[in-house]
Design a protein. Structure first.
Length: 183
């Protein structure tokens, strides 16, 4: 994807990190009291899944019982999925290209009292710093269209255990613009 248009991957990562740092700043700069900030980052795992659209619910069901499993939350963003998975009993390694989103994820993990189940790091999908065959599941929301799919795909398969399952939600697939192009 990126090599065809002569854009260096590091430049793409830098632009993505800057963009998502700005989005993450909204979480870090929430107005109101500390209690208001904390309550906006609390996640009720069961309620969150019930309120998600069908494709989100299906993805979480597809993962099955995650209790005791090692899960990679790829492109974790604000950490909501990381917290949901940790509250359901998983041990989560999460990463994002945005250092500010890493900060938000760590804050959200602490507020939700699952910081002992979530490790969050800044990195990219194309150069994951995990051992091979580390994860029972790899999970991601809206991340695949941001990566060099060939390099990132090889990394996903490398870190996934032989009997592991990767589950991704790509909501961009449901955009009205893309639907119009397809039809």
């Amino acid at each position: 994807m990126h090599k065809n248009n002569n854009i260096k991957l590091s430049d793409v990562h830098q632009r993505e990190a800057s963009f998502f740092d700005e989005v993450a700043e909204k979480f870090l700069a929430l107005s109101g009291s500390e209690n208001d900030k904390e309550s906006s980052l609390i996640v009720n795992a069961e309620k969150a899944i019930e309120e998600y659209s069908d494709y989100y619910q299906y993805a979480y069901k597809f993962l099955g019982d995650v209790k005791g499993k090692n899960i990679l939350d790829m492109g974790c963003g604000s950490g909501k999925s990381s917290v949901i998975l940790a509250k359901k009993g998983a041990f989560v390694n999460a990463f994002d290209v945005s250092p500010k989103y890493v900060e938000v994820t760590r804050l959200r993990a602490r507020i939700n009292k699952v910081e002992d189940k979530i490790t969050c790091t800044q990195m990219t999908a194309e150069t994951m710093k995990y051992d091979s065959n580390s994860f029972d599941n790899v999970f991601g929301v809206g991340v695949l269209h941001h990566i060099d799919i060939m390099r990132g795909g090889r990394e996903i398969f490398r870190v996934l255990k032989d009997d592991g399952v990767a589950v991704f939600i790509e909501p961009i697939a449901f955009s009205p613009f893309l639907r119009k192009i397809r039809t």
